[in-house]
Design a binder for this molecule. Sequence first.
Ligand SMILES: [Zn+2]
Ligand SMILES: [Zn+2]
Length: 487
Amino acid sequence: MAASYKLAVIIKSPSNDNELILVKQAPPPKFDDEEYDSYVDSHLWDLPSAQLLLLQGQQSNSQFQIQDLESCSHKIDLNTLDFALALNQVLAQVGFGETSGAQWKFWKLVEEPDFGPGIPVHTVYITGKLGPDDGILKEHCKWMSDQSCQKCFLDVKPKSDRIGPLVVLGPLQNLVHSDKLIIPPNLHSQEYPPGIIIIPMESRTAKPYRTTNLVVFASGGSHDSCGDHSFVTHGDALIIDPGCRSELHDELRDVVAALPRKLVVFVTHHHHDHVDGLSAVQKSNPDASLLAHDDTMRRIRKDGLSLSHTPVSGAEEICIGGQRLRVISAPGHTDGHMALLHLNTHSLIVGDHCVGQGSAVLDISSGGNMNDYFHTTYRFMDLSPHTLIPMHGRTNLWPKHLLCEYLKNRRNRESSILKAIEDGAETLFDIVANVYSNVDRSLWFHAASNVRLHVDHLAYQDKLPKGYSLENFNCSCDAFAGNIGKL
Ligand SMILES: [Zn+2]
Ligand SMILES: [Zn+2]
């Protein structure tokens, strides 16, 4: 499968083998709008890194000797990648000149699972030693010991500094549990933050995605460390949204069979790409208990599903092997939609409220609601999560920025809908034809439910022009399919 590559460099100090250089990562560009720029994610520190491009023509890596590159037993010959360019970029990032005579050594290659829709980015780790004689460390860089990096995961506060995935999947790999979990060879997983294992599995989801992230917690701790909090349930392992296709049910059963028996299954909402694997989970472990909102449960209860069900509506806490998770009410995508906050790492598992890239869709036929969606988005921001874990696509490292982007895009869309109405568009068809005039007509049907949700939201905010008939608009919704058919 096609992939792109990234170089991550572990630069150790010649005087202290325990310390490595971390770089404060640049956040995404600001919005130039105080409303959104006032929400700031905490600092994120990670290894210095750069993209690895293919060597072109006569280029070679002769400027740097990297030992053991050929020892990497991967499909790609690493000697075809431009390490000289990437390493020079990394040295410039940290403030060391390119003349430094460090010894570089290949350490390992970490393959990213296929989260889609783009190609995976694999990381090549190399190590070397550099010290004060090689240059002056730049302001946004610092030396940090393995132990202090680990401490960042022991005592996570909402606004505290964060340690990025390159450190966790590289030098801190002793913190991860996924090595101990039996995962079938045709599935790939990623564990970041430590304790949260994500396995993208093919599902009946909507384009451009092909997979649903199965999230697994198997911390191996004990109940006792949860103290005397009152929990809605306890377990030794937790899985979230088993939504894979039936072709992968054998693999899902294997994953479940390798987990402790006392298993909790959490379902964010009822869509089939989130629950298709429930029957396989039940077969593998009929004693597992299911946690979901009543509205979700009502829609998925079907013949043969006999797992015991505990209803949740938000604010309940779950204890999994000593780790605490809080259920967060998150309506908007559907009415029964729920998120989970992992308190130990302050990571927020957001269901379909957000996706890895692009915008999330609201389901008008299952209580999707724009006003709820806005409220949930602000609720998420108030939690100051360290990472957002969507069920489709990659984990997001800039949660507040992403949530603000969603707010901004929805508001822009809503103002163009209001403008179309003010300019005389009355029916659903008129509004869609006006606002989505430069969008392919095959997508209009889908756009129509978005427009209906925005018109409801405009009405709720009392923003519709006087004299605009909501009744006529609602009647026109039924005629919409007919209008589309005539095109
Ligand atoms: Zn969904
Ligand atoms: Zn989904």
